[in-house]
Design a protein around this ligand. Sequence first.
Ligand code: E4P
Length: 225
Amino acid sequence: MKFFIDTADLDEIKEAKGWGVLAGVTTNPSLYMKVGGKLADFEDHMVKIAHLCDGLPVSAESTAKSAEDMIVEGRHLSSLAPNIVVKLPICAESLAATRRLSEEGVRINMTLVFSAPQALLAANAGARYISPFVGRFDDIGEDGIDELSTVIQCIENYSWDKNVDHEVEIITASVRTPNHVTQAALLGADIATVPFGALKKCLAHPLTQQGLERFEADWEKVKGA
Ligand code: E4P
């Protein structure tokens, strides 16, 4: 399973990229707002992220409402840098826009997916990536991992390469904890997009820290012997 980072923060992206494991970036309007983003700077900011990522896929979300506007915005966003993927929220308008844009070679990440039928519709429309959300199910007392499992099984039941002539990858989204990452990998998700805080938690383990402290203390004794 590949790791994407779910952020619009340039420093976080730089730091995660430095780990050598980053396979892509996802952003959304809330994440852009969180870094103090302004409307006028949106495109420049997406270009900065795209350049920072040396060809890795970077999802930039369209906020257009109609299929026609999504198509116009999608074409524009994808023209900003070759690695920009257009993120569209699942609805009838975005399915129509995905059909057209994917036929033109624009990669679509279908977002706000909460059910297998939504994921199947997105795949049939030509979405290159499908983002089922996990954490937001947990927020309302339901099991996001359970729903993710259903989505993965339904998508894997078909060979999208042969049937609709394109590859589909599942991005586990709305990830909050290392356990979400583990469960997504156990289920065979292609990608998890993880906020930097949760990514750091994935790296840490109390026994690793404890072991490191013991090795360091013992090494000091070796040096003093
Ligand atoms: C994914 O692409 C979404 O932007 C993101 O994972 C949403 O996460 P949240 O539910 O924590 O806002």
